[in-house]
Design a protein around this ligand. Sequence first.
Ligand code: C5P
Length: 424
Amino acid sequence: MAVSKHILLIIGGGIAAYKAAELIRLIKKSGMTVRCVLTESGAQFVTPMTLAALSENEVHTTLWSLKDETEMGHIQLSREADLIVICPATANLLAKMVGGIADDLATTLLLATDAPVLAVPAMNVRMWQHAATQRNIAQLRSDGIMVMHPDEGDMACGEYGPGRLPEPESVMREIVNCLSGETGVHGQNELGPNPLDGQPAFAPNQHRPLRGKHVLVTAGPTHEPIDPVRYIANRSSGRQGFAIAAAAADAGARVTLVAGPVHLPTPAGVMRIDVETAVEMEQAVHDALPADVAIMVAAVADWRADSQSGQKIKKDGAAPATLKLTENPDILAGLARHEQRPALLIGFAAETEKIAEHAKAKLEKKSCDWIVANDVSGPIGESVMGGTDNSVHIVTGTGTEIWERLPKMEVARRLIAKIGEELA
Ligand code: C5P
């Protein structure tokens, strides 16, 4: 990473604004320079003094500063950056960007810039999930703005779900990613001319570590029907797999997500195929090949009912009905033997004891490249399964890494970063 890169950091108004202070520290530590723009609502949460002291640069707060305009006009401010980072990016700020509204310094800079822009959203979970916000995110992405996925977990407002600002270390990694792939001035690249105006295509996403790769993810449980009203299931929520699909899409991959029955929204930019049973999941996985990377996160039911009753089974006998089971196909092991085996094949392992030992055995047994093992022991409701956090062992052919308790989105981001390094 060149030491001379310059970041323009826009701090929006949200409780997460305090984390911008840590981000500034990390940016400075990496050898880059940073200049801050604080919105009016951002100034309700952090002071210009704090930001100035940490950034060792003047902090800009208004479009109407005569001093700033004579020394460095807002257009110059928007152009001198190698990357503009909006952290936290509020729902309001994102909506204004979509509409091209320029009614304060931050939004005017964002409209005037030709630098790549990275938005790091943070907001209440309902605001994040609102159709308007999701529509705006999709629009911004198609406009070439990089938008990070928020973390999921407890929020300052007392609710929990997706909407938390990612940890500053994650944002920093994303900044480095954005800058390291840049191939031309201010994100312009050698993709060739934009067919609309003949100008070089503005594609700041070009640096994405998984750009051009097809990533196949399975997630959630499977439901194995017994009769028309009953089925065999497990407690998998699908959250970890969905987070991985989201992080892979953020990293520029084409993502196919084969999902068992879960109640989760489809991450932006992800192609989702819903299935119910293990047999259907296996078929959908094979149909999606070829893939460069397959990450099998689904908690596939090991068994299904040997035969399915066409009618609801009655409890009218003296003895309870006997359920005869048959083994389901092992999708992961099957993929390892497949003639179109993905170059990187990753399995998950839910363990309740001897995590690393069992994971290593599973790596061999299933002939995959990595196993991501998690400890699913613990009482129902507090277990990793169905919860928002995860702590994992990553077992590869060369060793084991342990990632202590992290939000599932953060686990996903780190895993995708590791995959990017492996493919590079
Ligand atoms: O054998 P076990 O269920 O512990 O293996 C877990 C890994 O294998 C996960 O990656 C899971 O998605 C995958 N698996 C599969 N098909 C099965 C069972 C597990 O793909 N029938």
